[in-house]
Design a protein around this ligand. Structure first.
Ligand code: C2E
Ligand code: CA
Ligand code: CA
Length: 680
């Protein structure tokens, strides 16, 4: 990545590099100038030799010219070698080049000794002239290298200065002229050199600047690309997070969170425009049965298909959300007439009534719809939703597959439920709870085999409240766990007392709610009570409804197995009203099926009920299970059951639920009805 630190590093590297590069560049200029230098050297020396040799032939002159030519020849060879070297490695040869130049200067300077004319003033002047020209020429040749210039020119200058000193005439003026001349040459070369170095530096600086700029540009482009990539990744993540937070992954509909936001803005708009908003709360009928029997995968497909149908019905004024499970809410904006809402509700019902064909299964569901209105019913989001929910429950109560608008009566029901819930919280502390025991009789042995414990609540202000009223409320608020614990404690104590008093082998059954299987450690709770009261596990039976066993199959199966291993009997209550498959029933570790009273009450008159009761009895026999009939009120019902092989009976015919004392008395002196049953 491009950064300030990197840039600094580049600068430092640049500065250390600069000298070396200039050094190389200067050397290359020197080398490039070598041919002209060698050429002028040869030309000048040959000229000098021929001009002077004709006048003053001497060995010295021959030595001088041969030395110069040899040196020039060697330097030429060296130059050829240099040409074949790489620019950077030439630096190693610099000393030899300098030596060549110095020797060349020295040889020219030595001309004063070997070839300087002694007689002719004109020739002497010519020599001075040639040497000063050589110095002037070297200013141009070595302008990039002051030191080389000095190496070359100093021997010439010094030897001729000395020669001037020995001149018979004009020696002082000649020396002064020479010094001034040399000083001018030096200052010239200083200036030229300075500007050459400067321009080289600027050239490199610019080059580096361009490089750095393009490097910076590349880095910038790279970081830009990275930023773009990062942005797109961030955008993707944000989008995914947004979808997760706002949409139901299964159906793609808005989830509860987005629904709340939508409702909030709908209500705000409605307030500003003085318009109405309707909230339609939908719950699919029979969805749970399909989900439990055909599996979750099929349930999911059904939910998706139902969602698509619902979506197809809505116009731009409506939005739909899935709140969870099989619950959907539709927000209808800009409602002008109630008729429009009714029309939509009817359309939804008929559309969802049509069969769904999924994986070759033809499935029928329906929908119950509860409707609340803004601002008529409430102006608050949560209240509107809970009113629509309440109205939906009323629709279910009214036989499903219909719609209901929220009414004040329902509101009273809510208040009532709320009141019950609050009061139920204090029921245990206020000692308002008690138990009743409804005897179970085996008509084949004419004995009381046990009882079903039934919870009773005598509320201080409201009086007696039926368990069919308060148990469902307790189940919804999870208060049921506390109540259930109280029942188990009390039943265990009562059994202990009954056993002490009657030494009777009784089995008392307790009703268990689904929440107790899920949230209470039932086996542990029961074990503790058995131990605390020193009672046998065989004295307890637990009643579960079939639907709750199916719903939490894994966990409940685990709990049921643990209970069975402890020796506790397990019974399926209200058998025949649920949806359990016979296959599933086989896998449950149960002992007893309890025929629901709704199948008993119309026997033997109602053929259908008789058939159901009979088949439950034979099913129980086939599965090697006990069978108990509850809600037996008449001798005819008793006769029918007896004839069809069901001997265990519970119902008003023998006894209503009794308090513990009355039950003890019943055990002591069985009603004449048991004896009567014998004769029939
Ligand atoms: P259930 O478990 O089906 O209990 C049998 C109900 O039938 C009892 O109603 C009982 O009084 C009633 N009954 C018994 N014999 C006859 C008869 O011959 N004719 C008619 N018409 N009814 C008869 P109850 O006591 O009102 O209880 C209602 C429901 O409340 C119970 O139905 C059970 O589901 C629930 N419940 C009662 N006590 C408890 C409890 O301690 N825990 C839980 N979780 N639920 C309880
Ligand atoms: Ca029961
Ligand atoms: Ca029952």
């Amino acid at each position: 990545m491009f950064s300030v630190e990197n840039y600094d590093k580049i600068l430092i590297m640049y500065n250390s590099k600069l000298d070396k590069r200039i050094q190389i560049e200067r050397l290359n200029t020197l080398i490039n100038n070598l041919p002209s230098s060698l050429f002028t050297t040869t030309l000048a020396s040959v000229f000098i030799f021929f001009v002077l040799y004709s006048h003053e032939a001497s060995i010295g002159a021959i030595i001088w010219i041969s030395s110069i030519l040899t040196l020039t020849y060697l330097r030429l060879i060296h130059f050829i070698k240099l040409k074949h070297l790489k620019k950077k490695t030439r630096l190693k040869e610099e000393k030899i080049i300098l030596l060549g130049i110095f020797l060349s200067g020295l040889l020219f300077g030595s001309s004063v000794l070997f070839i300087f004319p002694t007689e002719s003033i004109a020739l002497q002047a010519l020599m001075f002239f040639i040497m000063s020209s050589m110095i002037a020429g070297s200013v141009a040749l070595y302008s990039s290298h002051i030191f080389v210039f000095v190496l070359y020119s100093a021997p010439i200058f010094l030897s001729y200065l000395l020669r001037a000193y020995f001149m018979p005439e004009y020696s002082v003026s000649l020396m002064i002229i020479g010094i001034v001349y040399y000083a001018v040459m030096l200052s010239t070369i200083f200036r030229v050199n300075h500007s050459i170095i400067n321009s080289l530096q600027t050239q490199y600086l610019n080059k580096d600047l361009v490089n750095n700029l393009s490097f910076a540009k590349e880095e910038l482009e790279k970081s830009n690309q990275e930023l773009l990539d990062e942005n797109s990744v961030r955008k993707d993540t944000e989008e995914r997070l947004y979808n997760l937070a706002n949409f139901d992954p299964l159906t793609g509909l808005a989830n509860r969170h987005l629904f709340k936001e939508n409702l909030h803005s709908s209500l705000k708009n409605a307030q500003e425009n003085s318009s109405k908003v309707a909230l339609l709360f939908l719950d699919l009928d029979n969805f749970k049965i399909i989900n439990d029997t055909l599996g979750h995968a099929m349930g999911d497909k059904l939910l998706i298909a139902a969602s698509r149908r619902l979506e197809s019905l809505l116009n731009k004024n409506c939005s739909i959300s899935r709140l969870g499970g099989d619950e959907f809410v539709i927000i209808m904006n800009m409602v002008e007439e109630i008729e429009t809402i009714k029309k939509l509700a009817k359309k939804i019902i008929s559309m969802l009534e049509a069969p769904f064909n999924l994986n070759e299964h033809e499935m029928f569901i329906g929908t119950s719809i509860g409707i609340s209105l803004y601002p008529t019913d409430s102006t608050q989001m949560d209240i509107l939703l809970s009113y629509a929910d309440t109205a939906m429950y009323t629709a279910k109560d009214k036989g499903k597959n219909n719609y209901q608008f929220f009414t004040s009566k329902m509101y009273e029901k809510i208040l009532f439920r709320h009141d019950i819930e609050t009061k139920l919280h204090h029921a245990i502390q206020n000692n308002e709870l008690r138990l009743e025991y409804q005897p179970k009789i085996d008509i084949s042995t004419q004995t009381v085999i046990g009882a079903e414990a039934l919870l009773r609540w005598e509320q201080t202000d409201l009086g007696y409240i039926s368990p069919s009223v308060f148990i469902p409320i307790a189940e919804e608020s999870s208060l049921i766990n506390e109540l259930g614990k109280w029942v188990i404690n009390k039943v265990s104590k009562d059994i202990a007392q009954l056993q002490q008093d009657f030494k009777n082998k009784l089995c008392v059954s307790i009703n268990i709610s689904s929440s107790q299987i899920l949230h209470q450690n039932l086996p542990k709770l029961i074990q503790e009570n058995l131990e605390k009261n020193s009672i046998d596990a065989a004295a307890l039976e637990l009643e579960f409804t079939e639907n709750m066993l199916i719903k939490q199959s894994r966990k409940s199966l685990h709990v049921l197995n643990a209970l069975r291993e402890m020796g506790i009997k397990l019974s399926i209550d209200d058998f025949g009203t649920g949806y359990s498959s016979l296959n599933y029933l086989k896998t449950l570790p149960i002992h007893t099926l309890k025929i629901d009273k709704s199948f008993i009450c119309d026997t033997p008159a109602c053929e259908g009920d008789c058939a159901i009761a009979k088949s439950i009895i034979s099913l129980a026999h086939n599965l090697n299970l006990d069978v108990v009939a509850e809600g037996v009120e008449t001798p005819e019902q008793l006769k029918f059951l007896k004839e069809n092989g069901c001997s265990k009976i519970q119902g008003f015919y023998f006894s209503k639920p009794l308090d513990i004392n009355a039950f003890a008395a019943y055990l002591n002196a069985p009603a004449s009805k048991i004896e009567q049953a014998l004769f029939n």
